[in-house]
Design a binder for this molecule. Structure first.
Ligand code: C2E
Ligand code: MG
Ligand code: MG
Ligand code: MG
Length: 284
């Protein structure tokens, strides 16, 4: 009987797997064409100073505008793009577009805002990554100090020595470096000290539980203490409530992002948002 069941399951799963394969295949076909069809957009999520309430910059978050016009989130296609290598040209498009956004902001007198760009493992493994990145930066003529890159601790730790070299080179060009989703991966404190990092971004899973579960509050507090000891900035991700904000402020977290102030905003509306929020009509 269990043999029958087993056979049934095998068939069931293989049909499902085939279905998944088909979906993946058609998505992959569209992904290969997406760049030339100009289907990607960058949205910008404001980063807010905890003390002044001012916007200090924004994180560039990619969206893929699908056939029906709705934006597809990166979790739906970045893993696939990493597998098939499309992340490399997509990543270059992201860097170019984000740098261009800085010149748009400058046109509105917003030349103090920092742009933060996400990089995934595969992009950093490209031997030409650094050269390409620096070339795009110098062609753009933008101020490197307004540019921050984000990578997760897992990515950094997996190739620790290479990462130290790479981050060191970026740092030498005055580019800022943030560790994304901090606290969710594996990181060694001794390495953290050797990495030329500027910002720790506290993962939103800790922010979500703040106040409710004592332990997560303690983790956030500890990360803040750690950051202070190492002279790093701390940015909290995914802040959705005033209560979370007040805890984070009390812990000494320097800045935050989250739906409480704003989700990621399409490029054309971001400047408006900043100007309005500065005028005080948006009070986070
Ligand atoms: P991430 O860098 O950790 O970005 C934060 C994610 O949390 C974003 O999701 C953002 O929209 C979302 N978020 C922000 N505030 C809140 C909040 O208050 N509540 C909740 N529930 N969510 C919030 P998104 O845009 O879907 O991006 C997901 C991930 O995709 C990013 O995580 C990042 O790792 C990756 N990603 C995004 N853009 C790029 C890119 O241009 N290149 C690469 N390589 N990866 C990217
Ligand atoms: Mg990020
Ligand atoms: Mg994050
Ligand atoms: Mg993430």
């Amino acid at each position: 009987q269990s043999k029958e069941q087993g056979r049934f399951q095998v068939q069931f799963f293989s049909a499902e797997a085939r279905e998944r394969q088909t979906v993946r295949y058609s998505m992959e076909k569209r992904l290969f064409k997406a760049l030339e069809r100009n289907e990607f957009r960058l949205y910008y999520q404001p980063m807010i100073d905890m003390v002044t309430g001012r916007t200090t910059g924004a994180e560039a978050l990619i969206r893929w505008i699908g056939e029906d016009g709705t934006p597809i989130h990166p979790d739906q296609f970045i893993p696939l793009a990493e597998e098939n290598g499309m992340i490399v040209p997509i990543g270059q498009w992201v860097v170019k577009t984000a740098l261009n956004e800085l010149s748009v902001w400058r046109g509105y007198g917003l030349d103090h805002l920092r742009i933060s760009i996400n990089l995934s493992a595969r992009q950093l493994q490209e031997p030409d990554f650094l050269l390409n990145f620096l070339q795009m930066l110098s062609h753009s003529g933008e101020n490197p100090e307004q540019v921050m890159i984000e990578m997760t601790e897992t990515v950094v730790m997996r190739k620790a020595q290479e990462s130290i070299d790479l981050l060191g080179a970026l740092k030498a060009h005055r580019i800022k470096i943030a560790i994304d989703d901090f606290g969710t991966g594996y990181s060694s404190l001794s390495y953290l000290r050797r990495f030329p990092v500027d910002v720790l971004k506290i993962d939103r899973s800790f922010v979500r539980q703040i106040g409710e579960m004592g332990e997560d509050s303690e983790i956030v507090r500890l990360i803040t203490l750690l950051a202070r000891a190492l002279s790093l900035e701390v940015c909290a991700e995914g802040v959705e409530s005033e209560l979370e904000l007040s805890y984070l402020r009390e812990f000494g977290v320097g800045s935050y992002q989250g739906y409480l102030s704003s989700p990621a905003i399409p490029s054309g509306s971001f400047v408006d948002w900043v100007l309005k929020s500065r005028a005080g009509s948006i009070t986070p």
